[in-house]
Design a protein around this ligand. Structure first.
Ligand code: ADP
Ligand code: ASP
Ligand code: MG
Length: 405
């Protein structure tokens, strides 16, 4: 069945968390290879290696050079790719491991969050032609100045999808530690249901609202190149979730999934002069530092003075605070408040486009659970609320129940 099909497989950290698991992955790769598939296998770093490396760096310097951080973080994936190639050799499979730079993944210069500009895939193509299984260290590439750059947390998903696009693969399989995409994180909601398929748009919204199971940018690329994508478990042979352009139009559920993220923090700038150009100045400074802003709320102005709050990824907090403090000085605003004890809970579903009363139902469910809403943002197919961090999981459970998922 797989004969001559080109398949890109990606194995996440827990799927290759120890030697036993790496051997299991080698066994799965073997079963595809035996059936004649051509394989490119992208790996993440083993277990929580990346977190550990970040902690090491922070022990040396709380605000390490991003270039050096990338030098350090990229080693995690290099270790697992070499080990998997060795495990494949042991099974008699001709395999070769490469780093991102070695397989021509060219990125922009934004260390720790680099974007892929192009892939010069000749080296992979010739290794495949020689009959080899190609193992690629995920999460990394090389800038046009020949520096190593990483692709943002969860970036091995992006490596896999981008390679699948560049190589025109027949299928891209994302192997992880759950059996697919669920209506909510199955570790939080025990009754969450596995979805047999989901559209790119819904997956994009779930990912960008915090469903860690797929990196947002990977879903964007998969959508753009219409890559056949499946998310499934490396611990079982169960069918996973297919991510596709259009879901079959059966009954549209209003809400498809609930997400939670505790990775964001809230920054509030107090006493911003309420006059044209202030928001532009603030967000110009933040964007020049490549800081991604998520939600933004501006309060009602009193005596031509207002407060502006926004959320950012915690990992970008030192950079964001430095930029914010600089701009506060320039525009003559008041103080800067930083709050890490927040969580963002979201409901996502294409069916929301055609239904009214969804926001009301969400807010009512949160109110019943005695959860205060601090910020709200909406898109065509999602609504997000920022709440206290300690109430985040409770909020997910309450919403999962309220929307009968
Ligand atoms: P990997 O190391 O394989 O990349 P991740 O930890 O990045 O795995 O992503 C898998 C995790 O995503 C799961 O263990 C699960 O807890 C979490 N997750 C969050 N939301 C969802 C969801 N809607 N469906 C499935 N998993 C989810
Ligand atoms: N190892 C990297 C991370 O932990 C990349 C990945 O797992 O996809 O973010
Ligand atoms: Mg991941």
């Amino acid at each position: 069945m797989s004969r001559n099909k080109l398949i890109v497989q990606k194995y996440g950290g827990s799927s290759i968390g120890n030697i036993g698991r790496i051997k299991k992955v080698a066994q799965r790769v073997y079963s595809y290879w035996k059936r004649g598939a051509k394989l490119v296998v992208v790996v993440s770093a083993m277990g929580d290696t990346t977190d550990k490396l970040i902690h090491l760096a922070e022990k040396i310097n709380p605000c390490p050079s991003e270039r050096e951080l990338d030098m350090l973080l990229s080693t995690g994936e290099q270790i697992s790719s070499a080990l998997l190639a060795m495990a494949l050799h042991k099974k008699g499979i001709p395999a070769v491991s490469f780093t991102g730079p070695q397989v021509g993944i060219i990125t922009d210069k934004f260390h720790t969050q680099a974007k892929i500009l192009k892939i010069e895939a000749e080296r992979i193509k010739s290794a495949l032609k020689e009959g080899k299984v190609v193992v690629v260290a995920g999460f990394q590439g090389q800038t046009t100045e020949r520096e190593i750059a990483t692709l943002g947390r969860g970036g091995s998903d992006l490596s896999a999808v981008a390679l699948a696009g560049a190589l025109k693969a027949n299928l891209c399989e994302i192997y992880t530690d759950v059996e697919g995409i669920y209506t909510a994180d199955p570790r939080i909601v025990k009754k969450a249901k596995k979805l047999s398929c989901i559209s790119f748009d819904e997956m994009l919204e779930l990912a960008s609202r915090g469903a860690q199971v797929m990196q947002t940018r990977a879903v964007e690329v998969a959508k753009k190149y219409n890559i056949k994508l499946v998310v499934r478990s490396s611990f079982s042979n169960k069918e996973g979730t297919i991510i596709m352009r259009e879901r079959p139009l059966i009954e549209e559920p209003v809400v498809r999934g609930i997400t939670l993220t505790e990775k964001e923090a809230k920054i509030t700038i107090c006493k911003v002069p309420d006059k044209p150009g202030m928001a532009a100045k603030i967000f110009e400074e933040l964007s020049s530092k490549n800081i991604n802003i998520d939600m933004i709320v501006q309060n009602v102005s009193h005596q031509r003075i207002t407060d502006i709050s926004f959320t950012i990824e915690k990992s970008q907090a030192p950079k964001a605070l430095e930029a914010t403090k600089k701009v506060v000085k320039n525009i003559g605003a008041g103080s800067v408040l930083y709050d890490e004890d927040v969580a963002k809970v979201s409901i996502v579903g294409i069916g929301m486009k055609a239904h009214s009363g969804v926001a009301y139902k969400m807010f009512k469910a949160l109110a019943r659970a005695k959860i205060n809403i601090e910020m709200i943002s909406t898109s065509e197919i999602s609504i997000s609320c920022v709440v206290r961090k300690k109430q985040g999981k409770l909020a997910v459970k309450a919403l999962h129940k309220a929307f009968n998922l």
